[in-house]
Ligand binder design. Structure first.
Ligand code: NAD
Length: 316
């Protein structure tokens, strides 16, 4: 069961699980607030349109499932700054609702997506999971609440859980069109349509960019081997790429020169983000990260192939 399976990471996971002989059935619950049905085209998934806040729908959807990968969320920092309650409802209350339904369903493994944004204003690098979280946005606070609920359900009810902290994930099917688009798809889309790229701040901020294929491999291993821990696990490999370097890499990969337009730094954004991957490596020793240049090449190729299918739209 993938909640948020019509979104960027969820649909990539559905495509990769569909290749997995151990997986007999894939179900998706998604309210299509930021995801699209077309992300799942060609896959035989059982799709239910609806919200993770709908307990009856979850009871039907979770019947007889053994693993839930809970990805449904309103995933943007700026969006949460504009509408904090909506982020809280979807991300924190939504996670609580999923955990309650999992508890009613019985022995279900719940893997869920938290975010590196929970580290927030804590300046220490790299970000290891024992650092004091310090959310700078309502989004980060909602994700911290969500992962805390996973731990609490493990300790209170023995629910097998695994909270991951995703860092900046990029790859095919990531949304490009809205004001809330992440930097990699926004810049690839600008490069392919010969528009200037918007750089918030001076571009010296660094991120631990993670290719979505790497994330899907970890999620698949976690599900198949039922990896359980109530404590959060960074899902990134400890790289640090500045936005300036990202621009250079994109220019190299697309063979274009990108015009930059600098704007003020965004409220709630952190300056540096780099994971300590020790806990991830201990739990998933065999998984190597796809290098940035290769991940960007695959992502650019996908966007170039699918440029006609993209209708930019604002999230509802
Ligand atoms: P996405 O917006 O593409 O996917 C989220 C999906 O959840 C969408 O399909 C959306 O329609 C669905 N959704 C939203 N609210 C819902 C609700 N109430 N009920 C049912 N479905 C709902 O975003 P994504 O980038 O694929 O993110 C997936 C998860 O990973 C999210 O939990 C996000 O917070 C987390 N995450 C992502 C990143 C990243 O870099 N993409 C980084 C950190 C954490």
């Amino acid at each position: 069961m993938i909640t948020g399976g019509a979104g960027f990471i969820g649909s990539n996971l559905a495509h990769s699980l569909a290749q997995c002989p151990e997986v007999s059935e894939i179900r998706v619950v998604d309210d299509l607030s930021t995801g699209t049905r077309s992300n799942l085209t060609g896959l035989g998934v059982h799709f239910r349109e609806g919200s993770v806040l709908d307990a009856d729908l979850l009871d039907r959807a979770f019947r007889d499932v053994d693993t839930i990968v809970h990805l449904a969320a309103l995933p943007s920092v700026p969006r949460s700054v504009k509408a904090p309650l909506a982020s809280h409802h979807a991300n924190a209350t939504g996670t609580l609702s999923v955990l309650e339904a999992a508890r009613r369903a019985g022995d279900v493994h719940v893997i869920a997506a938290s975010s590196s944004s929970v580290y927030g204003s804590n300046p220490e690098l790299p970000k290891h999971e024992r650092l004091r979280p310090s959310p700078m946005s309502p989004y980060a606070a909602s994700k911290l609440a969500a992962e805390a609920y996973l731990g609490a359900y493990h300790h209170s009810y023995g629910l097998p859980v695994l909270p991951f902290r995703f860092f900046n994930v990029y790859g095919p099917r990531q949304s490009t069109g809205s004001a809330y688009a992440a930097v990699v798809p926004a810049w690839i889309s600008a490069a392919l349509s010969e528009q200037s790229v918007v750089v918030h701040g001076d571009g010296t901020q660094t991120r631990d960019f993670t290719y979505v294929g790497t994330v899907c491999r970890v999620l698949t291993q976690a599900a198949l081997h039922r990896v359980v821990t109530p404590d959060p696990v960074n899902l990134a490999h400890g790289t640090h790429t500045s936005l300036r370097t990202l621009l250079t890499e994109l220019e190299r990969a697309t063979g274009t020169t990108l015009r930059r337009r600098h704007t003020a730094p965004r409220t709630g954004d952190v300056q540096h983000s780099r994971a300590d991957p020790a806990r991830l490596r201990a739990l998933f020793p065999g998984i190597e990260a796809t290098p940035l240049d290769e991940g960007l090449r695959r992502t650019i190729a996908w966007f170039a192939d699918h440029s006609n299918e993209f209708t930019p739209r604002e999230p509802r």
